[in-house]
Write a protein that binds this ligand. Structure first.
Ligand code: SF4
Ligand code: SF4
Length: 498
């Protein structure tokens, strides 16, 4: 969608609750998955006959299987605490983008078929029969949720709209209505090993090119290995790190850190993707298949440790599910956590004096940090609560002299999604992405104007891609976004120790 086809929201001085505009985003929906994308994942190729009953049946099956899903549907008391917490509501004013209203799209059907009140007195409890109108709203508005969990932080019952949104997408897939972007990507990972469909020769070429560039730049022969048997570390990183800007600068940084640590490492062409889009579609089956590629690669290469690169939802899946999905990992070195985040690896190295960083190398920058929602709220790192915030800040502060925080209402646990997470990073949702980025853009603009911030560091591939695309809509340069390990890469003094 071209810039001119929608109005970019005005950046205000303070976060403001927008006026309600009924149906403001009712036209927004992603492209539907084609028949071959669906069949490859084992879903019906198109909306099946009797889809209404089948969708309701699937919902009941999930409510029986996942207690959290049922509790989230039953527990809401309509207190309203979540209504103004979603970036998509703040950026669009569409009332169906209020988290409670988004939940209610599914809850109204659940109540009708799975609660006594809904069966007997539907009108009194807001219960409705499944209908095409409701189903169409599911497709629209469950694809206007980036599953960021911000609303759940403010809900007194901890109701997680992200889980409801994942469940809705799984139900839609099961009756033949899938989203093209996510399902096509999941299929590519099953077939080739990464989201991009990048084959081994292209991967090898890219990594060889990085080796040449880094050696030319630093005079040091830093290795960027592929499929090396017996390497200590298997790096599992988002495939965007292999080619996109500023992601690739982060990958260059990881290589320099491993080099400096004296740790041998490799990427695997079989598991050349940290991202696991099956999280977004709520499918444990596909999440397992993607995660299991990592296990197969680790066994095949005989590595001792697994380290994840900068990718928010990949870390969410790894942190929360890797052990249950693809464990046990008893063949790895028990001295290290499984999985380990590159931020933990670098932080640890800094603490041990194993790396010499010269922050003056980044003196052309005033840096702030964007906490990626999946790292902030859906996972942790390190050993103490809050280390997922402390570690990236410690790594950044060791690499730059000038660091500024954004408004605390928009960082750490309260961070706003970039606007492109949850399987929404697709051009057919550009309007939603631009509008959903508003709260982050406002907070960023504030520190740009007040503190002269020039760069915003991020540790998620989706955030980096999304910001690169939307910053120009708000009058800021796409190159303001940097990888955290890009800052490390600039500051690292190869061949020296603290
Ligand atoms: S999970 Fe995030 S995107 Fe979804 S409703 Fe809640 S705040 Fe909005
Ligand atoms: S904050 Fe929680 S309980 Fe209150 S309306 Fe939102 S989802 Fe319901």
């Amino acid at each position: 969608m071209a810039k001119e086809e929608f109005q970019v929201p005005e950046v205000r001085e303070h976060l403001e609750i927008p006026p309600v505009v009924e149906g403001a985003m009712a036209h927004s929906q992603p492209f539907v998955a084609a028949a071959d994308h669906q069949s490859l994942l084992g879903y019906p190729e198109e909306l099946v006959d009797g889809w209404e009953d089948k969708a309701v049946e699937k919902m009941g099956e999930m409510a029986r299987k996942y207690r959290s899903f049922r509790v989230f549907l039953d527990a809401c008391v309509k207190c309203g605490a979540c209504t103004d917490k979603c970036h998509y509501y703040l950026g669009t004013g569409d009332p169906k983008n209020m988290p409670v209203a988004r939940q209610d799209l599914l809850r109204q059907v659940y109540r009708r078929y799975y609660t006594l009140g809904g069966k007997l007195f539907p009108g009194l409890v807001g219960a409705k029969d499944m209908s095409k109108e409701i189903f169409d709203d599911w497709y629209r508005y469950y694809h206007q949720c980036s599953q960021c969990r911000r609303c759940s932080v403010f809900c007194p019952y901890g109701i997680d709209t992200a889980e409801i949104s994942m469940a809705a997408r799984e139900i839609m897939d099961s009756v033949g209505l899938g989203q093209k972007y996510c399902n096509e990507i999941i299929g590519k990972v099953h077939k080739i090993g990464n989201n991009l469909g990048l084959p081994l020769p292209a991967l090898e070429d890219t990594m060889e090119g990085l080796e040449e560039d880094v050696e030319e730049d630093t005079g040091v022969a830093v290795k960027y290995p592929v499929n090396v048997e017996g390497a200590e570390v298997l790096l599992v990183t988002p495939s965007a790190d292999f080619f996109a800007e500023p992601h690739v600068d982060g990958l260059i940084g990881y290589g320099k850190v491993f080099h400096q640590a004296g740790v041998s490492w490799t990427v695997s062409s079989h598991a050349s993707e940290a991202a696991n889009f099956a999280l977004f579609t709520g499918s444990y089956e596909h999440m397992f298949k993607i995660s299991n590629r990592i296990r197969e690669a680790a066994l095949e290469l005989g590595v001792k440790r697994i380290v994840f690169g900068e990718c928010g939802h990949a870390w969410r899946v790894a942190y929360s599910f890797l052990n249950t999905l693809a464990g046990p990992w008893d063949f790895l070195d028990p001295r290290y956590p499984v999985p380990q985040h590159i931020m933990e690896f670098t932080y640890d190295l800094i603490q041990r004096g194993g790396i010499n960083l010269d922050p003056e190398a980044n003196d052309d920058k005033v840096v702030t940090v964007h906490d990626s929602c999946n790292v902030a709220r859906a996972s942790r790192m390190g050993t103490r609560p809050g280390d997922q915030f402390a570690y990236p800040r410690a790594v950044i502060k060791a690499s730059v002299n000038r660091f500024v925080e954004m408004d605390p209402n928009t960082t750490m646990e309260a961070t706003f999604c970039c606007g492109g997470g949850g399987g929404l990073l697709t051009d057919d949702l550009m309007e939603l992405r631009v509008k959903g980025a508003l709260p982050r853009m406002e907070a960023l603009k504030e520190v740009v104007e007040r503190d002269g911030v020039t760069h915003m560091a991020a540790m998620c591939a989706i955030c980096k891609s999304q910001f690169t695309k939307v910053l120009p809509y708000y009058g800021m340069g796409m190159d303001m976004v940097v990888s955290v390990h890009q800052l490390v890469s600039e500051a690292i003094q190869l061949g020296t120790k603290d």
